[in-house]
Design a protein around this ligand. Structure first.
Ligand code: ZN
Length: 271
């Protein structure tokens, strides 16, 4: 599933590729993808120019010149590819007036496109109850400590993945962050020492920034806006490496069940 680094990569690329382009028409092959009356949607985007592409949590926000924004959630298998090939998984195509186009593919069809007036965006995000953006200036160590104080009985891995606690982190990066911080994924937050909290905080910033610089991770269907795979995969230390030796101490990487999800960690490196 695309997490913050993948969505951020797509956002940056779309700003280079489609910002300023005028939409000539759209073709919707899968009506349920668009959470808006279809005829109205087609009329609304036609003739609009892409003003900017931004991101909040794992959502892409395509701001149009007509006062509306398209909110795109890629969920498990969504892709937005500039000048991408049209396949049976292409559910939406934006055609631009300069003969270029943008395809929205989604193999599993869990994703969606919503239409929100730009002046209602803040309200929309508030309703979604997103936690702070981990790479924003507002997300300081103090803020992180205060947030943990309110969730004393939570286990750290599911908490990092809780979008109301902090935005954008999913299964893969939560595992990698906790390996870097040397903290077991099943630790209860009240048991964390101040030094461990600091290590987790620093690992969040470091891992997410590094992943963005590598264009994200392609463990399955993820492709960036150019249709290319991300390069972070070769840097993965624990995620889905259960049964393999730890790169640091050679112990076997373990996988444990945590609710409906699993966690991967090194039992020797992580305490
Ligand atoms: Zn190890």
């Amino acid at each position: 599933m695309p997490e913050l680094p993948e969505v951020e990569t797509i956002k940056r690329q779309l700003n280079r590729k489609v910002k300023g382009k005028k939409i000539e028409s759209v073709k919707v092959n899968l009506p349920k993808l668009v959470k808006y009356p279809l005829a109205k949607f087609e009329k609304l985007v036609k003739g609009a120019t892409v003003k900017n592409v931004s991101r909040r949590a794992k959502l892409l926000i395509i701001e149009l010149s007509n006062g509306y924004a398209l909110i795109v959630h890629l969920k498990l298998t969504g892709q937005l590819i500039f000048n991408g090939e049209v396949s049976k998984h292409t559910h939406l195509i934006y055609y631009f007036t300069d003969n270029s186009h943008l395809v929205h593919n989604d193999l599993r069809q869990f994703g969606f496109v919503k239409v929100i007036p730009k002046d209602k965006l803040e309200n929309f995000f508030k309703k979604e109850k997103f936690g702070p953006e981990p790479l924003s200036r507002e997300f300081t160590l103090k803020v992180f400590k205060n947030l943990l104080e309110k969730r004393k009985r939570s286990k750290i891995k599911p908490l990092l993945m809780n979008q109301a606690f902090i935005s954008g982190i999913g299964n893969l990066y939560a595992d990698e962050i906790l390996f870097k911080a040397r903290v077991r994924p099943d630790r209860v937050t009240s048991s964390l020492k101040s030094s461990e909290v600091k290590k987790i905080y620093e690992a969040i910033l470091k891992i997410l920034s590094l992943a963005i610089s590598r264009g994200g991770s392609s463990t399955d269907t993820y492709r960036d806006a150019r249709g290319k795979k991300g390069n972070y995969l070769s840097l993965i230390k624990v995620y889905q490496r259960d049964g393999n030796p730890c790169f640091v101490c050679r112990s076997e990487i373990k996988r444990i069940k945590m609710g409906s999800r699993s966690a991967h960690f090194c039992p020797k490196c992580q305490k």
